[in-house]
Design a protein around this ligand. Structure first.
Ligand code: AMP
Length: 226
């Protein structure tokens, strides 16, 4: 059963953390377009450096660039049996492009999970969030005194786009460009919503149950066999 998962939801909803956990549990790659861009910037890649200005302002990088990055990444062998996409699609046109990619792959339906969190909680989370400058992992939000990454020991830093002004712009950009994707997907039988305003372990449990259920529905199994 292929697990082709997209995590939708505003910045700060916990998509990255949850996508990582789910992907590790199921042995499929987590593909985060924001992380790919940040790695590209660190490596000095021209495409990513061009995107940096937009990222620093909280704006979206153009669809063509992002679709190209994802098409290439999904064509690699490790994504053949599934993937968890975090941060893509972010516009309806990226969603359409992904549908076309999925048709070519013929590897089962997309499972779309929308993680919802109230805006005040998102602002609070984003303004205190830190990531590891070495491996890119999110720091434990309950341990504000930690200076190093719990996974690799690298130094923790604030993302350049997590300052107050940019956070509000990213939430505005989300409402304008990415929220319409919920309408684009919500009538599909493999669309699910999960409440992200709960402790991370609880969100992970709900996601696990809901994604497996959606995958079975998607694979066309009758109810009695679930
Ligand atoms: P994220 O780590 O997902 O919050 O992404 C950080 C930034 O990278 C975003 O604010 C955008 O500037 C850019 N970005 C990441 N993914 C996409 C995408 N699918 N489409 C457009 N821009 C993106």
């Amino acid at each position: 059963m292929a697990l082709n998962v997209i995590m939708l939801g505003p910045p700060g909803a916990g998509k990255g953390t949850q996508a990582e956990r789910f992907a590790q549990t199921h042995g499929v790659p987590k593909i985060s377009t924001g992380e790919i861009l940040r790695e590209g910037i660190q490596q000095g890649l021209a495409l990513a450096l061009k995107a940096k200005e937009k990222m620093d302002r909280g704006e979206l990088v153009d669809d063509e660039t992002m679709i190209g990055i994802v098409r290439e990444r999904l064509s690699r062998p490790d994504a053949a049996l599934g993937f968890v996409l975090d941060g893509f699609p972010r516009t309806v046109s990226q969603g359409r492009a992904l549908d076309a990619i999925m048709e070519d792959r013929a590897s089962g339906p997309l499972i779309v999970v929308d993680i919802t969190v109230p805006q005040e909680e998102l602002v609070r989370r984003l303004s205190t969030r830190r990531i590891c400058s070495t491996c890119g992992a999110n720091a434990d939000p309950t341990d504000s005194a930690a200076a190093t990454c719990g996974q690799c020991g690298g130094p923790l830093v604030t993302r350049t786009d997590d300052n107050d002004r940019v956070v509000l712009e990213r939430l505005r950009v989300y409402a304008e460009n990415t929220k319409p994707l919920v309408d684009y997907y919500c009538s599909r039988p493999t669309f699910r919503t999960v409440n992200g305003a709960q402790p991370p372990d609880r969100v992970a449990e709900e996601l696990e149950a809901t994604i497996i259920d959606a995958a079975r529905v998607g694979a066309g199994l009758p109810l009695a066999q679930r």
